[in-house]
Design a protein around this ligand. Structure first.
Ligand code: GDP
Ligand code: ZN
Length: 311
């Protein structure tokens, strides 16, 4: 608690967000509806905010967003990046034997996490499907890059204890391709919850451009932030760190490159290419890196000079 605040001013955490309709939890555990005080304030679930009670209009206003420890952003339809969820500590990518993983998408999520300072992990769901398995070499490459992983089944409950243990600290999100079982896992983790967007949204608005994100405490410890829009957001490429693009394998080796500003594409004396040739970095992961590098550079070029950090 900040001693300089008056009774009508306090800090709180955003525990649900549907566009500009927000629900905050104050330090005394009260849950209150609030709205941003200005058009320019962009607030997402997980944000810590400064609130001010407006006695005249009898409503709670959010006047500032406190500094974010982490932020995940998506690319919107205009190609701009917009915040999805703030202050999470772990992103778990769910994969399954069916639908078969698109490893480039898996890499993109993990890169977004790593570049944002968020731990990345992989949950291999549908472990009950005996005849179909997720490629072990791919999983091994991700393990070598430092990403935790586990196998589970939302259908049989196998491995759910491991998943709960993985989520037991900090604030988490589950992401992944459609059909891998994210909703089923969320239901297994939060059996008592029925997601109620009606709490925040008045019927007449009926817009479907945003989805309600909500923060749930897990009985087994930790917090899960979930919404359909969080589960399969497309990470904003421009948020990636320009040298490593969020690849731990590149980060580990970049200091060994001949050129300090090496892009690890066709530069001579590149330690990353050397690691791929020596079989120390997965050639498939490196191909993902090249693909992401080209997209990143196309994006920067399209922005033109001085536009690089436009939000
Ligand atoms: P989402 O699109 O990632 O949210 O995936 P859903 O949770 O909607 O699941 C997609 C389909 O996979 C549904 O038919 C589920 O019943 C099925 N499914 C989810 N988890 C499992 C699992 O562990 N094993 C099997 N066999 N099927 C599952
Ligand atoms: Zn290099």
């Amino acid at each position: 608690m900040n001693a300089s605040l008056t009774a009508d001013e306090f800090d709180a955490e955003v525990i649900a967000a549907f566009g500009r309709h927000l629900l905050v939890r104050a330090a005394d555990a009260r849950e209150l509806r609030a709205r941003p005080a200005g058009r320019r304030l962009s607030i997402v679930c997980g944000d810590r905010v400064r609130c001010e009670f407006d006695r005249k209009h009898d409503e709670l206003l959010i006047v500032a967003v406190l500094p974010r420890r982490t932020l995940l952003a998506r690319a919107n339809l205009r190609g701009e990046s917009e915040p999805v969820v703030a202050n999470i500590s772990q992103l778990v990518v769910v994969v399954a034997p069916l639908p078969q993983p698109d490893w480039f998408i898996v890499d993109r999520y993990l890169c977004a996490a790593t570049a944002a300072g968020i731990a990345g992990a992989v949950a291999v769901n549908k472990s009950d499907l005996a005849t179909n398995k997720v490629d072990d070499d791919e999983l091994a490459a991700l393990a070598r890059a430092g990403y935790a992983q586990l196998a589970c089944s939302a259908a049989t409950g196998a491995g759910l204890d491991s998943l709960k243990a993985l989520l037991a600290q900090g604030t988490n999100v589950l992401v992944g391709q459609s059909g891998v079982g994210k909703s089923s896992l969320v239901s297994a983790l939060l059996p008592e919850v029925r997601i109620e967007t009606g709490l925040l949204v008045r019927e007449e608005e009926g817009r479907h451009t945003t989805t309600a994100s909500r923060s749930y405490p897990l009985a087994s410890g930790g917090t899960l932030i979930d919404s359909p829009g969080v589960r399969d957001f497309a990470p904003a490429i421009e948020q990636l760190d320009s040298q490593t693009l969020g690849f731990p394998e590149v980060d580990q080796r970049a200091s060994g490159c001949r050129f300090q500003d090496c892009r690890h594409m066709q530069e001579p004396g590149c330690a990353v290419v050397g690691a791929v040739e020596a079989g120390e970095m997965s050639a498939r992961r490196y191909e993902s890196y090249r693909r992401l590098r080209r997209r990143y550079e196309d994006l920067i070029e399209a922005r033109g000079p001085g536009q690089r950090h436009r939000r």
